[in-house]
Design a protein around this ligand. Sequence first.
Ligand code: SAH
Length: 250
Amino acid sequence: MQRYFLEDTQFDDNYVIIAGDDAKHIQKVMRMNEGDNVICCNQSGDCFLSAIEEMTLTEVRASIQQIEERSSEMPVHVTIACGLTKADKLEWVIQKGTEMGAFSYIPFEADRSVVKLDPKKAVKKQDRWNKIAKEAAEQSHRQRIPFVYKPESFKQLTSRIEAFDHVLVAYEEEARNDEKSRLVDTLAKVEEKDTILLIVGPEGGFSDREIEGFIQAGAHPCALGPRILRAETAPLYALSAISYHIELLR
Ligand code: SAH
């Protein structure tokens, strides 16, 4: 069933008002009518089955029927920090990572990032990334939209490390050294509601300075299997391994 992520202010005790692009989507794309059902999610991740009662050109009013009991959210919060990459690779990571349950994304300017983001363009980019996350969250029946931060510097990213319960840096040299246990050992220790930060490099990989800085700040270098993955594949490998370990095995 189609779902919409709304602001808390759009909810009343019994009703929800869907406006703007979402109202247009219900009418023009979904071609829904009075009596049809949609799912409306608030900003705390509560989603409600709602029945459309009234429609105008700009607004749809729906009555709240019942709360969605089942959760599709990961029991742990996984934040992916991605070195800025060329073209639309980050968009792809955000779309697919959202389907796979990521909690948030922090793009960062890595030493070997070919793209340097102009601060003026950063806000526009951030809006676009957040829109992609919203659409992917709707499509994959999530209860929450992952948040995409504005691109950060190496320093800003390292200063965030201590706030997480577990921090891994996916390091290509560890793959070359056949490192096998870091990801497994970390996931064995993870408990429900823990926060995990996974740092992934850009196409050119990490510089020594970055790896040393991340380790000093408390991150642990790990391999994601024996093959060298593209920058956009690495977060998806990690997210599927985390889902397998935490959502399927336990
Ligand atoms: N050009 C580099 C590879 C960069 S891969 C080289 O040839 O060495 C881009 C990023 O993906 C890396 O910085 C790392 O964060 C991640 N990555 C790719 N494969 C990986 C693996 N097997 N283990 C851990 N991280 C990996």
